[in-house]
Design a protein. Structure first.
Length: 182
């Protein structure tokens, strides 16, 4: 008898305003295993730390992060720890979708820690960034293929990664990586 674990799901939808020169949370929706933390900093910008309470992503898991920086808001989004893509059944893929919006005169930095790909992972990641005219963004999406310092090698797995950046409706960057097998 095949026993399957419940699929992890998580969603964060957050938007930020600027009020009297300080960036503030406008709206927040959290669901499932995704949580947003807001550490106190001396800056007038705001920092949001995303955490996955399920401990990683495996086959069938679905996560979505949707972040909007409204006019003049300054926001940095990072992760509490490295995301982990674990072993999955060949017909099950874990997925993370991230949609970022930056309005005029707003600034958004997407700076998560790396995603670690483990042996046997099946992982799809989509990142879409839309920057309005006059907005600015800094974007990082690091990947680590196994942990060689721990004696681990990644010999079998699949990765389907897509990053799209639009500025004022024009696609200025589109990158797609598909890797499978050894």
């Amino acid at each position: 008898m095949l026993v399957t674990q419940p699929r992890a799901r998580g969603e964060i939808r957050a938007s930020f305003n600027c009020i009297n020169g300080e960036s503030r949370l406008r709206d927040l929706r959290q669901a499932g295993s995704a949580r947003a933390l807001f550490p106190r900093t001396p800056s007038r910008s705001l920092q949001m730390v995303v955490t996955n309470t399920s401990g990683g992503v495996t086959g069938g898991d679905r996560f979505r992060y949707d972040v909007t920086a409204h006019s003049r808001a300054k926001v940095t989004v990072t992760s509490q720890a490295a995301e982990r893509a674990y072993r999955a059944q060949p017909d099950q893929t874990g997925r993370i979708d991230t949609v970022l919006h930056v309005e005029p005169d707003a600034r958004l930095a997407w700076l998560p820690q790396e995603t670690l790909l483990f042996e046997g992972c099946r992982f799809a990641r989509r990142l879409s960034l839309e920057v309005s005219e006059g907005g600015s963004a800094l974007l990082v999406e690091p990947l680590v293929f196994g942990r060689s310092a721990m004696g681990e090698t990644l010999r079998d797995g699949s990765l389907d990664d897509r990053i799209e950046v639009k500025i004022a409706t024009d696609t200025v960057f589109l990158d797609r990586t598909r890797l499978s097998g050894d």
